[in-house]
Every structure is written in structure tokens, then in C-alpha cells.
Design a protein around this ligand. Structure first.
Ligand code: SF4
Length: 231
């Protein structure tokens, strides 16, 4: 079955059915890349509750909020899982910082994309390398750059199949699930951070603003992807 057929079959299905079908289709070739966002915590809860042996991976960019590290530890403890952490290449970070400075990302889109490449994209490629497909917590509502995502799509940048079980979910659905199941979540969400990334590149937003508006707030909305979800 190709990606398009699988997407047609799963579009409109509930998240649990989508993840189950992904596991049946890809087996040990399936991984979940979590950033510990609210959506990712929902997917973690579904995987753990069903005891599917899907491995968890995450990225430590070296610039995360302390609250994110605390949530990583809390999530592992709550579900009795290990989330494999991938770090950036030390030499690449050192060379970048030596050339451009520690906060290079404020100076240009080019610098910001270079930092995201070194700290996120290359480590993600390493994390995904052994797998054929990955689960991801993207939702269409999140931003203009995500409005067209499919439940199952080809991830050409990484040469994988990407499965977005929450593609059609609304924000209230995510928070309803978290409340009902007492899923651990990042306390920064209660302090005006709907989307949480690296500390230097994320700020609180007003309730009326787009959920991704606090990420790279100095850039235009159409540039606001780090390359992890290139389309
Ligand atoms: S979000 Fe900011 S600090 Fe994090 S990798 Fe991208 S540019 Fe670097």
C-alpha cells in the first residue's frame, strides 16, 4: 500500500485507530518523534496505554526551557518509558557559535535556519535513520505552514513516511484529552506559551494570537518552520 492509499484509508479516523494501523503497517520500522508538546503528550499517552512497542525519540537542542527537561523526566516516569534523546553534533555547534555568536538566530533568517539545521534537523535525521515511518503531533490548525498537512504523507526531506494522527484535531480536543486522562504537560502552556521550542526563540502570546506566533516572533509567518516539517 502506498502513502496516498494509506492516507485515504486513515483520513477522518480517530487517533488511536491511525496509530494502530501505522504500527500494523510499519511494525519496528515506526518511531515516534516527540517534542513533548501538548499534542505529542496525547500521542505518548495513546501509545503507552495500548502498550505498543513503538520507540520514542526526542531532540535536545541544548537551548530548551528547564520546564521541558522536567517534563521529559516526568513523562518517562509516569509511563515507564525511555525517550531516546538525540543531541546536536558538538563540533558543528562549536564551529557555528565560534563563527556567528551564541544568539546568531536573531540576526537573519539564514542564521536562524543554520542554527535549526545544526541543532534540530541533523539530529532528527540521525534519530529517524533506522526507521521507515514516524509519528508526529502536527495539527492543521496550528499555522499557515501546516494547513495542508495530510494524515499520512511522504516526508521527502527525510525519505520517510510521516503520520500525523492529530492532523484534524482542534486545540480544545487536545486539552480535553489531556484533562480527561491527566496527561502531564509543560507548565509553560499555562503561562501563555501555546507552542514551546527553544527558550531564545519562543515567547508568550496573547490568547487572540495564532498559536505559533510566539515562535521566531521577529519573522514573517510563512517562514516559521525550522525545517523539521519541510513541505
Ligand atoms: S529554535 Fe532557535 S535556538 Fe532552537 S535550533 Fe532553531 S534557531 Fe536555534
Amino acid at each position: 500500500m502506498n502513502t496516498e492509499q494509506l492516507n485515504t484509508e486513515l483520513e477522518g479516523k480517530d487517533a488511536e485507530s491511525i496509530i494502530r494501523r501505522a504500527w500494523e503497517t510499519f511494525g519496528p520500522g515506526l518511531v515516534f518523534a516527540t517534542s513533548l508538546a501538548a499534542e505529542d503528550q496525547v500521542i505518548t499517552d495513546i501509545i503507552a496505554r495500548n502498550k505498543w512497542p513503538i520507540p520514542f525519540v526526542t531532540l535536545d537542542t541544548g537551548r530548551l526551557f528547564p520546564e521541558t527537561y522536567a517534563l521529559l523526566a516526568e513523562t518517562e516516569k509516569r509511563y515507564g518509558i525511555r525517550i531516546q534523546v538525540f543531541f546536536p553534533d558538538r563540533a558543528a555547534v562549536e564551529a557555528m557559535v565560534a563563527e556567528k555568536g551564541i544568539n546568531l538566530f536573531y540576526e537573519s533568517i539564514e542564521n536562524r535556519k543554520r542554527c535549526c539545521h545544526v541543532r534540530k534537523i541533523e539530529p532528527l535525521q540521525r534519530a529517524l535513520a533506522p526507521y521507515r515511518a514516524w509519528l508526529c503531533g502536527l495539527r492543521r490548525e496550528q499555522s499557515v505552514t501546516r494547513a495542508a498537512i495530510q494524515t499520512v504523507e511522504d516526508d521527502a526531506a527525510n525519505g520517510k513516511v510521516k503520520i500525523n494522527p492529530l492532523a484534524a484535531w482542534s486545540e480544545p480536543q487536545v486539552w480535553g484529552y489531556i484533562a480527561a486522562r491527566q496527561v502531564p504537560y509543560n507548565p509553560l502552556h499555562d503561562q501563555g506559551f501555546p507552542s514551546i521550542g527553544c527558550a531564545g526563540c519562543t515567547r508568550a502570546v496573547k490568547r487572540t494570537e495564532d498559536v505559533r506566533s510566539g515562535r521566531w516572533w521577529w519573522e514573517q509567518p510563512e517562514h516559521k518552520e525550522c525545517g523539521l516539517h519541510g513541505r
